[in-house]
Design a protein around this ligand. Structure first.
Ligand SMILES: NC(=O)c1ccc[n+]([C@@H]2O[C@H](COP(=O)([O-])OP(=O)(O)OC[C@H]3O[C@@H](n4cnc5c(N)ncnc54)[C@H](OP(=O)(O)O)[C@@H]3O)[C@@H](O)[C@H]2O)c1
Length: 371
């Protein structure tokens, strides 16, 4: 399908931030998305992108963005965009994204503001694009009803890392019962300028505000299904209620630039549980719908399983497949639950910008965005 698409105009809100800069890099080489409009705060609006941004990417500012004048984050400046990506600071994303949806624009957000909304899908493209099915309901319940606008969010970056292998395991072996996860999260996950070097160098910070609650709650929404329509014809997210799943997260900030690592112990509902080799095979074989649906940003392998005992590592492995997949290693028996493993995911790529872009590609394939 994507060979028929060209010149799909997109906008980026929060274009100067950590996630926004990654959007610019990825979109500048996208086969059919074309950067049309950029937005940021009043501090940046009116300036050429290259003059406003504090560029931190390991490549020059793409020409497609350098000379574009940054616009205020108001819908009338983006009305020619088929899709609006948001890398807005969470403190302002709520009102701005709502205004864009009301203006009948399709918004793909990285902020936390609407992840818990009962009509907004929280979609990790390698896991649950099926949740787009709630978009018609979101439009119908909006005042006034919308024909094109909606908000889709992607998950917190550390949630994204773990739900991909967890979804693969549920797909192969049925429901999971408990997950214990300890994260080692990169500094770029806190945005720019983020933590002071004096706080994080030579250190581990065992607290990231709100992160553990997000991982525990978002995992249930993403891995859960959509209910059948109720007596009013409304569907809802079932939060994995048919097989209750307990998730306990402990989140740490470590002095790594990019790439969140997580150490997991997992208990399956099924007895006896699968062996570590069966788990490895199931993770390697996992092929989510985005990989077969002509989404150009989908990685060739959703999950890459490492056999070496000391992999994956953020510095060595975070850019595998352009950071669009997830790396897993150290799959082994757990003496308390069933199986232990290590996950690594690039927090700014599959944890943020790449997820939004893949979600938009999938929304086009599924007809939720007309281009
Ligand atoms: N970093 C990650 O790994 C990651 C992963 C997943 C999700 N997220 C989420 O993605 C979002 C962006 O994160 P980030 O790390 O890119 O943050 P960031 O580096 O702090 O960038 C924030 C962006 O928001 C803009 N902004 C701030 N106040 C604004 C206002 N009043 N009006 C319009 N624009 C405003 C900033 O523009 P100016 O430059 O003009 O101030 C900047 O472009 C957050 O919601 C975050 O939670 C981040």
């Amino acid at each position: 399908m994507h060979s028929q698409l060209s010149n799909v105009r997109v906008g980026v809100l929060g274009a100067t931030g950590t996630v926004g800069q990654r959007f610019i890099c990825l979109l500048s080489r996208h086969p059919y998305f074309v950067i049309h409009a950029l937005g940021a705060s009043a501090r940046s609006a009116g300036k050429p992108y290259a003059a406003a941004v504090s560029w931190k990417q390991p490549e020059p500012i793409p020409q497609a963005a350098a000379d574009l004048v940054i616009r205020p984050c108001e819908p009338e400046h983006f009305k020619d965009c088929a899709i609006v990506f948001s890398g807005l600071d969470a403190d302002v994303a709520g009102d701005i994204e709502a205004a864009f949806r009301t203006a009948d624009l399709a918004v793909f957000s990285n902020a936390r503001s609407y992840r818990r909304d009962p009509h907004v899908p929280l979609v990790v493209p390698l896991v649950n694009p099926k949740h787009f099915d709630i978009i018609p309901q979101q439009r119908a319940l909006h005042t006034p009803p919308l024909s094109k606008g909606f908000i889709v969010t992607n998950a917190n970056c550390s949630t994204t890392a773990i739900v991909v292998p967890l979804a693969a395991l549920e797909h192969a072996f049925g429901p999971l019962e408990s997950v214990l996860v300890t994260t080692m999260q990169a500094v770029s996950g806190a945005g720019y300028p983020g933590l002071s070097a004096l706080d994080v160098l030579d250190n581990v910070v065992p607290y990231i505000p709100g992160e553990e609650e997000k991982m525990e709650w978002e995992t249930l929404k993403i891995l859960g299904g959509l209910s059948d329509p109720d007596s009013d014809g409304l569907i809802s997210f079932d939060m994995h209620s048919s097989a209750p799943l307990r998730v306990s997260a402990a989140c740490n900030r470590v002095p790594v630039l990019d790439g969140h690592t997580a150490s997991l112990s997992i208990r399956f509902a099924r007895r006896p549980p699968p062996s570590p080799q069966q788990v490895r095979d199931a993770l390697s074989a996992y092929t989510p719908a985005v990989q077969t649906a002509c989404c150009p940003s989908a990685p060739p392998h959703a999950i890459t399983v490492f056999e070496q005992p000391d992999r994956p590592q953020p510095r060595l492995d975070r850019n595998l497949h352009a950071g669009a997949g997830v790396c897993v290693g150290r799959v082994r028996q757990c003496g308390v639950l069933d199986v232990k493993l290590v996950v690594l995911a690039h927090n700014v790529n599959i944890g943020a910008a790449t997820s939004s872009i893949m979600n938009a590609e999938m929304a086009i394939v599924r007809g939720f965005v007309q281009v």
